[in-house]
Design a protein around this ligand. Structure first.
Ligand code: ATP
Ligand code: LTN
Length: 337
């Protein structure tokens, strides 16, 4: 590639609120690494976002570093990607405040993630949970990205980010690039294996419905053998998300892990029952996750290496973020230092 041509920018983040799931991997991270060559990429641990729900402090710290190790194990090269902790770049909180003042109460009230989380944490519906999308807009807009690779559930937040950026640009002139969500065709919404109408989520109760990147092969296989399907017999492996959500979810997972299309999967399991299909999906997941788990276990032991990566990442990210923040402060009328 001609180095003088400015690369397009990609950015995304994940809250270190639990062990990364197969959903976060297939919906988001897998698509990050594939684009490291063509794009200038920023990926961070959204630790400030994690504070919107209660965490044990020691566990949050541990999970943040484990998540960084898992990003690296998933193939994100720290030379080609800027990897950092959100709280290490103060511009996120600073721009977050400014954008809070340009994000409407009505817009925030419509966010489905807020409604879901408020229902799940009825005793802790705090201000941060409500204004979370304004901080997320700041996370994104600071780096002027072209694309934000996320799973389907985050599309609404990226759309709100676009609206806020557009509103700001209309008021003050071109300031922010308007980013696009980048959502994969397969794997954008992996469902719980035991409850295939609910999204697989890392902060839900630990159970057999959720597969984590760090799960051992025998646990992964057991979870897939127990996955909920339906009572159809005979030709039963075909894609119909309305009538057969469990099977559709397993087909999505199998397709994402093997690269096979739905017609190919239907042909492969034609005449075979769920007793053959479910373990096959389990095996495909085991083989996809095995190298990641082994590499993450190795990296997490090297604390000095992790520290070097997040320090370098914060330095690089801060440089870019500070430039956007200065521009914004000036436009809204704050006196420059
Ligand atoms: P939490 O339970 O803490 O809200 P989560 O499991 O929903 O977390 P996030 O940290 O919100 O996961 O998401 C990380 C990234 O992975 C986001 O881009 C999100 O869209 C994507 N993602 C999360 N769960 C899934 C899923 N089940 N299927 C596809 N993509 C997912
Ligand atoms: N809201 C996202 C995590 C997140 C994010 C971001 C994703 C925080 N800031 C910026 C993309 C870009 C979530 O709950 N998964």
């Amino acid at each position: 590639m001609d180095e003088t041509v400015k690369k397009k920018v990609m950015l995304s983040g994940i809250k270190p609120t639990g062990d990364l799931t197969l959903g976060s991997y297939l919906g988001a991270i897998r698509n990050w690494k594939e684009r490291a060559e063509q794009y200038d990429c920023y990926y961070f641990m959204a630790d400030l976002h994690a504070l919107t729900t209660r965490n044990d402090p020691a566990l949050l710290r541990r999970r943040t570093l484990e998540q960084l190790a898992q990003y690296l194990a998933c193939g994100l090269d720290p030379e080609k990607n800027t990897l950092f902790l959100q709280s290490h770049v103060p511009a996120h909180a600073e721009l977050g405040w400014v954008l809070n003042c340009y994000t409407m109460f009505g817009e925030l009230s419509r966010m489905t993630q807020f409604k879901d989380k408020a229902a799940k944490n009825a005793d802790n519906i705090n201000g941060g949970l409500f204004t979370y999308p304004a901080l997320m807009a700041a996370d994104i807009l600071l780096y002027q990205p072209d694309y934000v690779p996320v799973g389907e559930d985050q599309k609404q937040h990226v759309e709100l980010t676009r609206d806020v950026a557009q509103r700001f640009n209309n008021l003050y002139g071109e300031t922010f690039k308007i980013p696009e969500p980048f959502i994969p065709k397969v794997g954008a919404r992996i469902m719980d294996l035991l409850d295939p109408v609910s999204k697989m989520s890392k902060s839900d109760e630990v159970g057999n419905g959720r597969v984590c990147i760090m799960d051992k092969p025998e646990d992964i296989l057991r979870k897939f053998k127990r996955a909920v399907t339906d009572s159809e017999t005979g030709r039963c492996v075909y894609y119909d998300p309305e009538k057969k959500p469990g099977v559709a979810n397993l087909m999505q997972i199998y397709s994402a892990c093997t690269g096979k299309s739905f017609p190919e999967i239907e042909a492969e399991f034609d005449g075979k029952g769920y007793g053959v299909f479910k373990p096959a999906v389990g095996e495909a997941v085991v083989e996809t996750l095995r190298p990641i788990r082994e590499e993450a276990e190795r990296i997490i032991r090297d604390k000095a290496y992790l520290e070097k990566i997040y320090r370098d990442g914060a330095e690089r990210a801060s440089y870019v973020a500070a430039r956007t923040l200065r521009k914004v402060y000036k436009k809204v009328g704050l006196v420059q230092k």
